[in-house]
Write a protein that binds this ligand. Structure first.
Ligand SMILES: NC(=O)c1ccc[n+]([C@@H]2O[C@H](COP(=O)([O-])OP(=O)(O)OC[C@H]3O[C@@H](n4cnc5c(N)ncnc54)[C@H](O)[C@@H]3O)[C@@H](O)[C@H]2O)c1
Length: 253
């Protein structure tokens, strides 16, 4: 059996990208459009999401969807599927990414709860809402955004690290639950990547990453897109429950 090029390309695919209005989600949306997919961007940054969807053309839609709101998730996923005529891909990318910079003793309870509600519960509920659509497509693909911070034990980032550790664990269990429906679930674990959300990260942490990588340069969003596109493709259908660090070799599993 040979793998033909169409099996690793995405023309006509129908993909929802949560948190897609900026940063890595925006990069994934742009890459998906370039690969020929239809895309729904969801976010809480409504003006940016609408502007991005308008820029990317008539196969791209913006749907407001707050990942901390269970009803909004269900309604948002169904609206996304109606725009695209179904769903065969989901990138669980939306997250609270700015909770770092404090030792665990100083993290507010409210911060912890908000990070868990969006990053963990939101990922769970979005996947549940998408499950019927993904199953109907016959080859659903879920890509969760974990983080290598959960793999190397980044300090001063405990709520976020815990949330991404949960995403890793959920990826394994989701893969087993959804496998019988032909749905694969994988995660990528990016290293510290240059986006506006990481501008607040102290320079010393950026240097720690840069010095610890096998590929000694800054990581940019485009370093992640090919891995995500592959995991969304039909050709990746026998890979599931895996966590792929994409971080220039900073963490090696
Ligand atoms: N940039 C990095 O260094 C890095 C490293 C590892 C993992 N990640 C992961 O990649 C993903 C994208 O992160 P990013 O770096 O682009 O940061 P980001 O903050 O720009 O992206 C997160 C997106 O989620 C959205 N969001 C936040 N709260 C939301 C809510 N309640 N409902 C819906 N959307 C919400 C934000 O508006 C934003 O568009 C995240 O899951 C992040 O944890 C990023």
């Amino acid at each position: 059996m040979t793998t033909s090029l169409p099996e690793i390309m995405l023309p006509g695919r129908k993909v929802l990208v949560t948190g897609g209005a900026r940063g890595l989600g925006e990069a994934f949306a742009r890459a998906l459009v370039a690969a020929g997919a239809g895309v729904v961007i969801s976010d809480v940054l409504h003006e940016r999401g609408e502007a991005l969807a308008a820029e990317l053309g008539d196969k791209v839609f913006y749907v407001p969807m707050d990942l901390s709101d269970a009803d909004a998730i269900k309604a948002g996923v169904d609206t996304a599927a109606k725009h695209l005529g179904g769903l065969d891909g989901l990138i669980n990318n939306g997250a609270i990414t700015n909770s770092g910079g404090k030792q665990m003793a100083d993290i507010a309870l409210d911060t912890w709860d908000r990070v868990m509600a969006v990053n963990v519960r939101g990922t769970w509920l979005t996947t549940v809402a998408a499950q019927p659509w993904l199953a109907e497509s016959g080859y659903g693909r879920v890509v969760n955004l974990a983080s290598d911070t959960a793999l190397w034990g980044a300090p001063n980032l405990m709520a976020y690290v815990a949330s991404k550790g949960a995403v890793v664990a959920m990826t394994h269990s989701m893969a087993r639950e959804l496998g019988p429906q032909g749905i694969t679930v994988n995660a990528i674990a990016p290293g510290l990547t240059l986006v506006e959300a990481t501008e607040y990260v102290p320079q010393v942490r950026h240097e720690h990453y840069r010095n610890g990588r096998a590929i000694e340069r800054a990581q940019v969003p485009e370093d992640l897109t090919a891995a995500v596109m592959f995991l969304l493709s039909r050709g990746s259908g026998y890979i599931t429950g895996q966590v792929l660090p994409v971080n220039g070799g900073f963490v090696m599993k």
